[in-house]
Ligand binder design. Structure first.
Ligand code: 5GP
Length: 193
């Protein structure tokens, strides 16, 4: 049994930066990592299974969870609500696991305040054009939604930098290098604590 305390690893970044690919690689390559399954009111996309990437709920259920104080953090992103449940995160950290949370800047600010010893990394696109090209390549979304995500990216980056929420910023130019960098930071952090 692992007696060391676990790590809360927050990964954020505008959509299209490749943060989800980085998270998947972490889960595959680093032992003891677990994915934090967020709760959201956003509609399920075609390929998504309930309980895998997200728990999909309606507004009423989200309100109930809020009233029960079940969330470690929560935020509204492009009109839909998202939140991280406290209980599974606390249990995994107590088991000594690394909990990988992919959440937005508002949520990361709440985690930074509540759990200052968490590790928080922001993934940047190499250039604004890369972001545009990556988002345009997504077939699951309308052009309007892609435009809204892109419009939001600048604000997210500015907020992330100004608020001092993140200990690390990584520019995701070559995916493999970014994955190695995140794994390196995580290792260093695990050794330190
Ligand atoms: P998507 O709808 O594209 O899966 O996610 C939209 C945004 O919501 C992304 O920036 C993602 O990181 C963020 N997000 C996903 N889950 C959570 C959560 O539990 N809390 C917060 N604050 N943001 C989340």
């Amino acid at each position: 049994m692992n007696t060391a305390r676990g790590t809360l690893l927050v990964i954020s970044g505008p959509s299209g930066t490749g943060k989800t690919s980085i998270c998947h690689a972490l889960l595959e390559q680093v032992p003891e990592t677990v994915w934090s399954v967020s709760v959201t009111t956003r509609p399920r996309r075609g390929h998504e299974q309930d309980g895998e990437a997200y728990h999909f709920v309606d507004e009423g259920r989200f309100d109930e969870l809020l009233a029960e104080d079940a969330f470690l953090e929560h935020a509204t992103y492009l009109g839909h609500r998202y939140g991280t449940l406290k209980a599974p995160v606390e249990q995994a950290v107590a088991r000594g696991q690394v909990v990988v949370m992919e959440i937005d800047v508002q949520g990361a600010a709440q985690v930074a305040a509540r759990m200052p010893d968490s590790l928080r990394i922001f993934i940047l696109p190499p250039t604004p054009e890369t972001l545009q090209a990556r988002l345009a390549g997504r077939r699951t979304e309308t052009a309007e939604l892609q435009a809204r995500r892109l419009a939001r990216a600048d604000g997210e980056i500015a907020f992330a930098r100004a608020e001092g929420i993140y200990q690390y910023f990584i520019t995701n130019d070559i995916l493999k290098d970014s994955i190695d960098e995140v794994i390196g930071i995580l290792k260093q952090e695990r050794e330190r604590t």
